[in-house]
Write a protein that binds this ligand. Structure first.
Ligand SMILES: Nc1ncnc2c1ncn2[C@@H]1O[C@H](COP(=O)(O)OP(=O)(O)OP(=O)(O)O)[C@@H](O)[C@H]1O
Ligand SMILES: [Mg+2]
Length: 236
């Protein structure tokens, strides 16, 4: 589905160079649920941004379905992002002046769908996240867990092939966090997707098919936890 090959990322701050990623090789399979852990500053969000085409590597390549994102123009990358990738941000990033349904419909409208069709699909997505009765609420009238579920509905409404989540439970209490995780883990068709989730929470990370630990811009360890990927490893 998506692959990083020998990816490095260097940030320059004046005369100083910060080696944020020091050579990442990572391949995420279609349908896989991959979790990523690691200390603060180790490069997790940077990896997610690269996977999502929000940033470009200093060296190395990123292949999305076999296509090298580095060789795409900014415009082509933004089309890939809009059509095929859903982002769930740590702080929800909902627009306060739009209702829940309008927030969820927004990516479709930005992609040229008409308002009523977009809102129809937004209501379907909210329904699958058990939020139908919150569709006309504004974000400030939603709980943290509800806002995060709206943000997930917004990430899923375009039926993206790949969903990238940056600490989706970071600002929730443990009960709301649990609910969001179970939901991401057990999404019904057609919302079951390839998911890459960055988390600080070991319990959350253990829900993955595979878990990576990042340290100092490198993959420190990788463990297969379940599913076809774990079976493939034990047969190898
Ligand atoms: N635009 C930038 N300019 C300079 N340094 C940056 C920039 N963006 C990120 N960094 C540095 O890159 C390193 C990795 O950042 P990143 O956000 O990927 O870490 P992270 O693992 O997601 O951390 P956290 O768990 O705190 O979210 C950090 O040391 C950060 O300071
Ligand atoms: Mg981060």
């Amino acid at each position: 589905m998506i692959e990083l090959r020998s990816v490095t990322k260097v940030h320059r701050q004046g005369p100083r160079e910060i080696n944020v990623l020091r050579g990442i090789d990572l391949s995420v399979g279609a349908g896989e649920f991959l979790t990523v852990m690691g200390p603060s500053g180790s490069g997790k969000s940077t990896i997610l941004n690269l996977l999502g085409g929000l940033d470009v590597p200093t060296s190395g390549s990123i292949l999305f379905r076999g296509r090298d994102l580095r060789q795409c123009s900014d415009r082509e990358r933004s089309v890939v992002r809009r059509r095929f990738i859903g982002f769930v941000f740590q702080r929800f990033n909902l627009l306060p002046t739009l209702t829940a349904a309008e927030n969820v419909a927004l990516p479709l409208m930005l992609d040229g769908h008409g308002r009523s069709r977009a809102l129809g699909r937004a209501h379907d997505a909210l329904g699958r996240l058990r939020l139908s009765d919150r569709a006309t609420h504004f974000p400030d009238a939603l709980s943290g867990g509800e806002m995060q579920r709206v943000a997930i509905a917004r990430a899923l409404v375009t039926e993206p092939a790949l969903v990238l989540c940056d600490e989706p439970t970071g600002s929730l209490d443990s009960a709301a966090g649990r609910q969001v995780l179970e939901l991401l883990r057990a999404l019904p068709e057609p919302d079951r997707r390839t998911v890459v989730m960055v988390t600080h929470d070991a319990d959350a990370a253990s829900l993955g098919d595979r878990m990576l630990t990042i340290r100092d811009g490198r993959v420190e360890s990788e463990s297969l936890l379940r599913g076809q990927y774990a079976v493939a490893a034990s047969n190898a």
